[in-house]
Design a binder for this molecule. Sequence first.
Ligand code: AQP
Length: 328
Amino acid sequence: MAKIFSGIKPTGVVTLGNYLGAMKQFVELQEEHEAFYCVVDLHSITVQLDRVELMDNTRKLAALYLACGLDPEKSTIFVQSEVKAHAQLGWMLTCIAGMGELSRMTQYKDKSQNSENIGAGLFVYPTLMAADILLYGTELVPVGDDQKQHVELTRDLAERFNKRYYETFTIPEPLIQKEGARIMSLTNPVKKMSKSDANAKGFISMLDEPNVIRKKIKSAVTDSSGVISFDRENKPGISNLLEIYSLSTDTPIDDLVERYKDSNYGTFKQDVAEAVVAMLEPIQNRYHELVDSAELDAILDAGREKAEAVANKNLAKIEKAMGLNRKR
Ligand code: AQP
């Protein structure tokens, strides 16, 4: 049994990419491991969001965690800003991180590229993520491929801290699936699907209505060869749809390629859309029951208490290692 931590930012409604790349794994892992899953709202304020929208997104994401199958009897499910130790450890780790290593983070480079006002929070985001992970003695971090570099930085910071101060942190490993680790945008299949994409046609939200999903998949960018085969480099659009179809139905990609070898893109896209609709239907139904319920609040309150107990105990040890608090 390993200790697991992961989280998702409530910057919008989670996408099929977040689900297939991360959340689906969260559910499988809770069966055999001690898992902490967090709605990382402190990470969301690295970009400017409407306050009511952010609170709403936080609630929606927590309801989706449960609707996807996270079970509060098996996992600890909570909201990051409610456990204050995350921000405290985030600051402590920022103090041992270097400007050079933070500037090398590709997510920072990508996100700051087209922005005039780059917040300092965006720059130090990885140190808060390191704090999230290290606070729970985490051994495994299930993430999509885009977060691998941040987990590697977490390992470096933990090793540095252990050498500089005291053997305090467990060194975590990223856990990245072979398939689904990078679901691509439907309008630009060489770019990853993101919930904050300004073009809503690029992503499928977990709460999109069936007809919206059908339309988005129908208009997904493909190519003109008309052949259904898996070739990420030369056929990124069709390969992305094959991956989505495969993960939505638990069917190997090779079987799908064989099944559709004489089909056209129209028929194939229709079937992909129906597979996604069928997979999301029970999740959406359960989500609607939960999102405004008192049950959701009770689960998050209990989750906060459980997370806080572990986090505060570990934070006290880390503070001691670093020399914080007065001498007695
Ligand atoms: N397209 C994707 N394919 C596979 N996995 C993905 N993840 C994100 N996009 C894809 C994984 O989802 C988890 C939660 O991500 P996050 O919300 O914390 O941050 P992110 O990676 O920046 O996700 P988005 O959707 O792109 O958010 P915005 O648009 O706000 O930046 C992570 O494990 C991530 O790898």
